[in-house]
Design a protein around this ligand. Structure first.
Ligand code: SAH
Length: 356
C-alpha cells in the first residue's frame, strides 16, 4: 500500500467516502505524497511523454503563433507570457527560443508560470534560464495585463466529479474502502443542478463528468485576455463529456486508478464546451472553433519545419525525428485525440491555425 493509500483509507474510515475530485486532488497534489509534488514524471524514464517533450517543433510553432497574435494586435507592451502547468519548462523554453528573432517581442514580455509543484518549479527554473519567470500557485494572482497564455495538458490534470444517471437524478461515483482497499461506489441518487441540461442527451446508467475548477480558471484567464492577447488550450478530450475517462498511467502504461495513489498520473478527458462557453460570460471575447492538434500543427507549418530539421539529421536521430512528427500529427497518434481551442478579444484577428 502506498503511504497516500493509507492516509486516504484512514480518512474515509473516519469521515466517509470521498468524491473522485477530492481523491484526484490528493493523488496529484498532496504536499508530501502527491504525484506531482514528489517527482519529475516526464520522458523515457518517467511515466508519460507530452508534446513539447516529443519534439522542439511543437513549442517553436506555438511560440511563432503567439508572436503572430501579438503582432496582429499591434504589439502591446508590456504583455504577460503565461504558461499553466509547465511541467519541465520545455514548451516555454522552445517558445522563448523560437521568438528571439521577433523584433521587440522579448523586450515586451514578462514570463509568468502557474505551477503547484515545488519540485517542478525547480526544473522549470533551470530549463528557462536565463529568463527569470514569476511563479504563481493559481491563475488568480497573474497580472492584469494583455496576456499570451498557453496551457498544454494542464486542464486534464484538474480534478473531475463523475455522475451516473438514475432516472431524473444522478448518483455520484465515490471512493470508499472495502476489505481494507480503496474502491469505487455510488452515492444515493439526488438531483444535480449543473447537470439539468444533460437529462436531454443521456439515458439511465450513462456516466457524465464535470470539472468544477475548469470554468472558473478559464474565466480568470479570459479577464486578462479580453484586454489583449489570447488563451490557447491544448489537451486531449472533446465536446460534451460522456463516459468514464478517468485514467491512471504509470511507466507509460495504464493502471487501475485506485491501486497506486500518489504513484501514478491521473487525468481525465477535457470537455472543451465549458471553456468555450466563457466567451459568452465574459463580454468582448470570442472562442475559436475546436481544431484537432494534427490539423493545427499542419496549418502552422510543421511539415516544412520538419523537413528543414531533417536535412541536418541522419541515422537514428533522423528516424526518431520522423517518428516525432508522426506522433504529434497523425490521427492514430496525438493528431485527432488532442484538440486546440483559443479564446481571444472579439475584435482580434483569428488565432493562427484555429479557423474553420
Ligand atoms: N504542460 C506540460 C506538463 C503537463 S503535466 C507539458 O506539456 O509537458 C501537468 C502540469 O500541471 C504539471 O506541471 C503539474 O505540476 C501542473 N499542475 C497540475 N495541477 C495543477 C494545479 N491545480 N495548479 C497548478 N499546476 C498544476
Amino acid at each position: 500500500m502506498t503511504p497516500l493509500a493509507r492516509i486516504l483509507t484512514d480518512r474515509i474510515a473516519a469521515a466517509g467516502p470521498m468524491t473522485v475530485a477530492e481523491t484526484m486532488a490528493e493523488c496529484l497534489l498532496h504536499p508530501e505524497h502527491g504525484y506531482y509534488a514528489t517527482r519529475d514524471p516526464f520522458g523515457q524514464g518517467g511515466d508519460f511523454t507530452t508534446a513539447p517533450e516529443i519534439s522542439q517543433m511543437f513549442g517553436e510553432l506555438i511560440g511563432l503563433a503567439l508572436a503572430q497574435v501579438w503582432l496582429d494586435q499591434g504589439a502591446p507592451s508590456p504583455v504577460a507570457l503565461v504558461e499553466l502547468g509547465p511541467g519541465r519548462g520545455t514548451l516555454m523554453a522552445d517558445i522563448l527560443r523560437a521568438t528571439r528573432a521577433v523584433p521587440g517581442f522579448h523586450a515586451a514580455v514578462q514570463v509568468h508560470l502557474v505551477e503547484a509543484s515545488a519540485t517542478l518549479r525547480r526544473v522549470q527554473a533551470e530549463t528557462v534560464a536565463p529568463t527569470r519567470p514569476d511563479w504563481h500557485d493559481t491563475a488568480e494572482t497573474l497580472p492584469d495585463l494583455p496576456s499570451l497564455i498557453v496551457a498544454n495538458e494542464f486542464f486534464d490534470a484538474l480534478p473531475i466529479r463523475q455522475f451516473q444517471r438514475a432516472g431524473g437524478a444522478w448518483r455520484e461515483r465515490m471512493v470508499g474502502v472495502r476489505d481494507g482497499a480503496l474502491t469505487f461506489g455510488l452515492s444515493d441518487p439526488a438531483p444535480v443542478g449543473v447537470l439539468a441540461h444533460r437529462l436531454a442527451d443521456t439515458e439511465d446508467g450513462d456516466l457524465v463528468e464535470i470539472c468544477p475548477a475548469a470554468g472558473p480558471i478559464a474565466e480568470t484567464l479570459a479577464r486578462r485576455v479580453v484586454r489583449g492577447g489570447a488563451l490557447l488550450v491544448i489537451d486531449y478530450g472533446g465536446w460534451h463529456s460522456r463516459g468514464d475517462t478517468l485514467q491512471a498511467i504509470k511507466n507509460h502504461a495504464p493502471v487501475p486508478p485506485l491501486t497506486d495513489p500518489g504513484d501514478a498520473d491521473l487525468t481525465a478527458h477535457v470537455d472543451f464546451e465549458p471553456l468555450a462557453a466563457v466567451a459568452r460570460t465574459v463580454p468582448g471575447l470570442q472562442a475559436s472553433p475546436l481544431v484537432p492538434q494534427g490539423v493545427f500543427l499542419e496549418r502552422l507549418g510543421i511539415t516544412p519545419r520538419a523537413q528543414a530539421l531533417a536535412a541536418r539529421l541522419t541515422g537514428a536521430a533522423l528516424e526518431s525525428h520522423i517518428a516525432a512528427h508522426r506522433r504529434l500529427t497523425h490521427p492514430d497518434e496525438m493528431g485527432s485525440l488532442f484538440k486546440c481551442l483559443a479564446l481571444l478579444p472579439q475584435a482580434a484577428a483569428p488565432f493562427p491555425g484555429l479557423t474553420q
